[in-house]
Design a protein around this ligand. Structure first.
Ligand SMILES: C[S@@+](CC[C@H](N)C(=O)[O-])C[C@H]1O[C@@H](n2cnc3c(N)ncnc32)[C@H](O)[C@@H]1O
Length: 209
């Protein structure tokens, strides 16, 4: 009897090379979105169902979830416009071309580490934010959600201080937004909603070049 491998030892990876063109990953003209850290992937699945007119890619550092979510997207018929790759976003983002090629970047419930020695693991820092600013088109959106208030404050200070972003939330010049406007929720967001926990949301617009 053939045993099915559960080691996830060949996860989907970006093509080799110093640079990777978005159109080589998912060809076409549809707006291109990126989720950093999709985890179990429900946001990407729901986004594909609710927005027929987008391409979306995920960078997930865990082999297992990159394999399973990529397979699920393909199984549900979205393989030609949705992929997940087993990549560390901090290393993969600098390889992407062209500048301005992304329409939206999503980061949902990242960085669940508390200890100071874990700060170096954080996915959203200045380097990643610079790459997001390079890759987003003029008017492109950066959407961040977390259920940890301190983290929301930390991200807000970071992005507010960045010259390439402006708040696009409910109030003029503020990034704070009460509801998720993207018609799709990830696993953690579903759980927070089920448990009645608050979710802190920030929406930014990439300033024109
Ligand atoms: C707390 S989980 C949230 C998962 C999902 N976004 C959600 O809302 O349910 C954070 C995810 O980010 C992934 N992650 C952490 N650092 C990463 C990195 N540098 N590059 C890509 N993914 C990363 C983790 O493996 C994990 O799946």
């Amino acid at each position: 009897m053939t045993m099915r491998s559960t080691t996830y030892d060949s996860p989907p990876r970006l093509p080799d090379g110093d640079t990777v063109r978005l159109s080589d990953i998912l060809p076409g003209d549809l707006p291109f979105e990126l989720e950093i850290g999709p985890g179990r992937g429900l946001f990407m699945v729901e986004r594909c169902h609710s927005a027929a007119e987008i391409r979306i890619m995920g960078f997930e550092i865990k082999r297992k979830w990159s394999c399973l979510v990529d397979q699920r997207l393909s199984r549900e018929g979205f393989g030609d416009r949705a992929r997940v790759f087993c990549e560390d976003a901090r290393l993969a983002l600098p390889r992407l071309r062209p500048d301005g090629g992304l329409h939206r970047v999503f980061i949902h419930f990242p960085d669940p580490w508390w200890k100071k020695r874990h700060q170096k693991r954080l996915v959203l820092g200045e380097d990643v934010l610079d790459e997001i600013a390079r890759l987003l088109c003029d008017g492109g959106q950066l959407f961040i959600q977390t259920d940890v208030m301190e983290r929301a404050e930390q991200y807000r200070s970071l992005v507010d201080a960045h010259a390439r972003f402006e708040g696009a939330g409910d109030e003029k010049d503020s990034a704070v937004i009460a509801e998720n406007p993207f018609g799709a929720r990830g696993n953690r967001e579903h759980r927070a909603d089920d448990d009645g926990l608050p979710v802190y949301r920030l929406l930014y617009r990439r300033r024109n070049r």
